[in-house]
Design a protein around this ligand. Structure first.
Ligand SMILES: Cc1ncc(COP(=O)(O)O)c(C=O)c1O
Length: 403
């Protein structure tokens, strides 16, 4: 008889965004005439840049010509894209420390299988729900606690009290998920705090999985890469994506950096995480398609860089309008400056799903309930500024009317 991976039974019912979709579709049936404004899921609205489309088309034609056709590519990506990344996004990162992928979700989930099941995992609370889900799927958690979190995970609360900065724990953790700017709070980790985490990881021989999906949105002097912190190359893996900055959510291209300096000491041996990851990719992946990597390379041309900057500025401007508008109405709102996300406090004693339902019912605006990102998020809703400017302005008028 076929048996299932029983750890899947421990997952909460439904992925957060599926539950939101369910409620939104019920709402649409109830109010078919209502003009729904979606500031929820956080998918991008700007299309691909024209020079990216040109590169994609050109590469596709190359694939149809016997002179230029390419079959399987390198499992870790073509050097032309790695070179562009190494030259533009980093200093001192070698090409074989960069792994091209079809998305952060893929890599941040798959990297778990390299590590023993016995590792203790630490996750920011609130955080992007994928970190908890993949930890559960891998079998690293115990039953749900009364507080709503999973046993076996060490949570790092990010609250108004600590300025949404996760604090290093007193206890030992082996695998640490950090995200900066954090989704959902929209708050970036400060240099001093990140330095404490790197120091902690070095002392505890722990590994930081640093999700920098939104680094392109940082305008403050907060670190854009964990490798800006001394000693981080020995303890941190960094994940970056073209999804949100360049509209690649549908095209799929990202990259992961694993420095050679990152070594794991286990069973009396010192092993290179970079080599283990490469070994895994060689078996399990045939890489990202050539046209998509060519499209990503086009982001590093002058035209691509200009378009990227304009796009980020446009989203950031919308985030700022939303931030100022909501604050003017009287809400306590965080994030939105280094990030396309805003973290808005619910009215006193109203929990996040309740406020989500209230806003949907009365303003026809879709947000995301903070509880979906962790127990510490239950008195917040998240807004995404990946929306048309008009939708942002209408949202503000409707919230004014609610007040
Ligand atoms: C923090 C964070 N990491 C990763 C992702 C997914 O990135 P990708 O599209 O590269 O899989 C998202 C998408 O919303 C995200 O918010």
């Amino acid at each position: 008889m076929t048996k299932l991976n029983h750890h899947f039974q421990k997952l909460r019912d439904g992925y957060l965004f599926s539950e939101i979709e369910k409620r939104v579709s019920a709402h649409q049936k109830k109010y078919p005439q209502a003009c729904l404004l979606n500031l929820g899921i956080g998918d991008v609205t700007h299309p691909l840049f024209p020079n990216v489309v040109e590169a994609l088309v050109k590469a596709s034609y190359e694939m149809g010509d016997i002179q230029t056709f390419r079959g399987y590519g390198p499992s870790d990506g073509y050097d032309f894209l790695k070179q562009a990344i190494a030259q533009n996004d980093y200093s001192g990162i070698a090409l074989d420390e960069i792994f091209i992928s079809d998305g952060i979700n893929t890599d941040i989930s798959n990297i778990q299988e390299i590590f023993s099941i016995e590792n203790r995992v630490g996750i920011m609370d609130p955080a992007y729900p994928v970190y908890v889900d993949v930890t559960v799927m891998a079998g690293r958690t115990k039953p749900l606690l009364k507080t709503g979190g999973y046993g076996g995970i060490t949570y790092f609360p990010c609250s108004e009290g600590n300025g949404f900065q996760p604090e290093v724990p007193n206890a030992h953790v082996d695998l640490i998920f950090l995200c900066s700017p954090n989704n959902p709070t929209g708050v970036t980790m400060g240099r001093e705090n990140l330095t404490k985490w790197v120091r902690y990881a070095r002392e505890h021989q722990a590994i930081i999985l640093f999700d920098a999906a939104y680094e392109a949105f940082i305008t403050s002097d907060a670190p854009r890469s964990i490798y800006e912190i001394d000693g981080a190359k020995e303890v941190a893996v960094e994940f970056r994506s073209f999804s949100k900055s360049a509209g690649f959510t549908g095209l799929r291209c990202s990259y992961t950096v694993i420095p050679h300096a990152l070594k794991v000491r286990d069973a009396g041996k010192i092993q290179s995480l970079n080599q283990l990851w490469k070994r895994r990719l060689d078996t399990k992946s045939n890489g990202v398609s050539y046209p998509i990597q060519k499209a990503a390379e086009a982001l590093y041309t002058q035209t691509g860089k200009r378009a990227l900057q304009e796009t980020i500025e446009s989203y950031s401007q919308r985030a700022k309008i939303l931030l100022e508008g909501l604050r003017k109405i009287g809400y306590s709102v965080y994030g939105g400056l280094d990030s396309p996300y805003l973290w808005c406090k619910t009215p006193p004693k109203i929990r996040s799903w309740e406020f989500f339902d209230f806003v949907l019912e009365n303003a026809h605006v879709v947000t995301v309930p903070g509880f979906g990102f962790g127990c510490s998020g239950d008195s917040f809703i998240r807004f995404s500024a990946f929306a048309e400017r008009d939708a942002i302005e209408q949202t503000l008028s409707r919230f004014k009317a609610l007040a």
